[in-house]
Design a protein around this ligand. Structure first.
Ligand SMILES: [Zn+2]
Length: 474
């Protein structure tokens, strides 16, 4: 039996426990920084598997870490377990039917993400023990990926400083190694302050903060023509200053999400958006304050690690779905548009095949045109540790992210198979890195070269605190 096959059979031996863990987390959908029960589930599993466990990393009560081994290289496998608001949905059916109206739901598959990563780390631990190998394997249970940028706060606190290589995955429609493209982003709140006044009798005495917000948004919309085409800017007016039109609004606020291809481009674009805010304040004789809420760096590529993980994935082949899995996926597809299905495949440089509702291929390295991208806090980790991620096929081709259809598939046998498949690839990649230290050196050399070109600046400045529930921002 080859090393890979041995690690893969260790993963297989853990099926029941880890599928059940994923299902329990699916049944306990918790939001950003409030994942107390999901985090406790991870702690219990880590302890039962013999890991040394730390909780509350970086001052985040739900961040956990389990470690095994005392010497040798440190390989980290990253997991997540947060859910999304308003996406409650029953499992195993192809129609929209919430478990509870308005409740949370696992619409990004993070129940699988955390459980699959922990499953991989446990198999690596068993392999190292069985063969008496030197190497430290860690599982990082990272909270608040959905807009909470927890990994950025964890990077700032130094929790990855002694990690040699980080490995992760994300549930998806197709299996393959990520084209490492994601956008760097900053979320910034702009608060305008003016002067209230009676809007009819003394309008000339009022200075409207709401006018400033509107002018800022108009200004940014004109800026779009002159931004790099990969950049994205979104906003939400979070405070209109009240609902009475006969009072000049003395306070108003708008929350901006600015995204750019990399950190230097982000810094330049944020500076321009701030100028527009200052201009709006000048025009309206109001004042403006800005508060950075969070940020993610873009992902840094690591071709040596990507090639390595891809080899393991190719050796394993695509997940083995059966006729029942395909039938349920086809039912889900019947609720989607043709555009959903085409876009889902195009994202990985593929064309949808008629009658094929679940992934039956591995998408090639570097595929996809890189246009359908968001941001991830794994990006920030990738600047401090050479990082590699794969996509694991767990749901029907065309399933939109953050949709009820994704929640409905979260406990399906296909989801479990896709999770086990990803756990195998992550585990054998980790073992290979420990057995062949020259692979770690090659990954580090590539990482050093990239950082020499562009030094890392954490998009979460010092002093910014994570939005923990105790001190909610209102
Ligand atoms: Zn996600």
């Amino acid at each position: 039996m080859s090393n890979e096959e041995e690690v893969w059979s260790l993963v297989e031996g853990k099926r029941d426990r880890f599928f059940a863990l994923s299902d329990r987390i699916w049944e306990t959908p918790e939001l950003n920084y409030e994942e107390y029960r999901s985090s406790a589930e991870q702690v219990a599993m880590l302890k039962s598997q013999g890991f040394r466990v730390s909780v509350g990393l970086a001052g985040l009560p739900t961040a956990v870490m389990g470690e095994a081994g005392t010497q040798g290289p440190v390989i980290a496998i990253l997991g997540e377990f947060d859910a999304l608001p308003g996406l409650s949905q029953q499992a195993g059916i192809a129609e929209k039917r919430p478990v509870r109206d308005g409740a949370n739901g696992h619409a990004c598959g993070h129940n699988l993400l955390g459980s699959g990563s922990l499953m991989a780390a446990t198999a690596v631990k068993d392999y190292l023990e069985r063969h008496g190998l030197e190497g430290r394997i860690r599982y990082y249970g990272c909270p608040a990926e959905e807009g909470g940028s927890a990994k950025g706060f964890m990077v700032r606190a130094g929790v990855f400083d002694d990690v040699d290589i980080a490995i992760s995955w994300h549930p998806a429609a197709f299996a393959g190694v990520n084209n490492p493209i994601s956008l760097a982003c900053n979320e910034i709140l702009f608060r305008f302050t003016g002067r209230a006044s009676h809007a009819a009798s003394t309008p000339h005495l009022g200075r409207s903060a709401l006018d400033a917000v509107e002018l800022m948004n108009v200004g940014v919309n004109y800026l779009r023509e002159h931004m790099p085409s990969s950049a994205r800017v979104h906003y939400a007016v979070t405070d209109t200053g009240g609902s009475a039109p006969n009072v000049v609004q003395a306070k108003a606020a708008v929350r901006y999400l600015v995204r750019a291809r990399d950190l230097p481009e982000l810094q330049a674009l944020v500076a321009r958006v701030e100028k527009v805010a200052a201009g709006a304040a000048l025009m309206t004789e109001t004042s403006v304050e800005r508060e950075v809420l969070s940020g993610d760096a873009n992902l840094i590529a690591n071709p040596p690690l990507e090639a390595l993980m891809f080899q393991h994935l190719q050796r394993l082949g695509p997940p083995a779905f059966d006729a029942e899995d395909r039938a349920f996926a086809a039912n889900i597809q019947s609720t989607l548009s043709a555009e959903d299905i085409t876009a889902s495949a195009a994202r990985f440089g593929l064309k949808p095949k008629k009658g094929v509702a679940l992934c039956d291929v591995i998408f090639p390295l570097g595929s996809g045109d890189g246009t359908l991208v968001g941001s991830t806090d794994v990006g920030t980790v990738s600047w401090v540790v050479p990082t590699v991620q794969m996509r694991g096929a767990t749901y029907a081709i065309g399933t939109p992210g953050h949709s009820w259809q994704l929640v409905a598939q979260g406990k399906a046998p296909a989801a479990h198979k896709g999770m086990e498949h990803a756990a195998k690839v992550m585990a054998s990649t980790a073992v290979d890195l420990i057995l062949r230290p020259e692979l770690i050196e090659a990954a580090k050399a590539d990482h050093r070269e990239r950082l020499a070109e562009t030094p890392f600046v954490n998009p979460i400045p010092d002093g910014v605190q994570p939005p923990l529930p105790e001190k909610s921002r209102g």
